[in-house]
Design a binder for this molecule. Structure first.
Ligand code: C5P
Length: 132
């Protein structure tokens, strides 16, 4: 049987007008617990990527995404599985992001983020943000 394909995971870089971006802490008990990430999660079957991004950020942060553009699709291999981290920059939303799942939330300018505190795939996203 063919091995399962990569997990398609959506991630959103919420960017405020002052340039700060939102990172959230992965909760205890989950893969990479305690590391920080750009919020998001798995795309559902038959869901288009933008809809998955909107749903994940609604579920995790209680916001309604109004405008976002694709930044990069990053293939990544963790020990047990592979993922495609489909990353969008979110430039407009309704509501105030809140920790709906009890997760830590922090806003930082990308230059002020400490790469080692981010999930490994998210460190690659940060490099792209810094290069842009
Ligand atoms: O959040 P969730 O557990 O649904 O994410 C699925 C997988 O994608 C996890 O292994 C998580 O570590 C990874 N992920 C990531 N960076 C993100 C979001 C998710 O590496 N920004």
């Amino acid at each position: 049987m063919a091995p399962p394909g990569p997990l398609h995971v959506m991630a959103g870089v919420l960017r405020r007008p002052d340039g700060a971006v939102l990172v959230t802490e992965r909760p205890p008990g989950k893969h990479l617990a305690g590391l920080w990430e750009f919020p998001g999660g798995k795309l559902e079957p038959d869901e288009i990527p933008f809809a998955g991004l909107v749903r994940e950020l609604r579920e995790e942060l209680g916001i309604e995404v109004r405008e976002a553009y694709p930044l990069l699709v990053l293939p990544w291999r963790y020990e047990a599985f592979q993922l495609l981290l489909d990353t969008w920059v979110v430039t407009a939303w309704d509501g105030t992001p809140g920790p709906l799942e009890g997760q830590g939330l922090q806003w930082h300018r990308p230059e002020a983020l400490t790469p080692a505190q981010l999930a490994p795939a998210d460190q690659a996203i940060l490099r792209t943000l810094l290069a842009g």
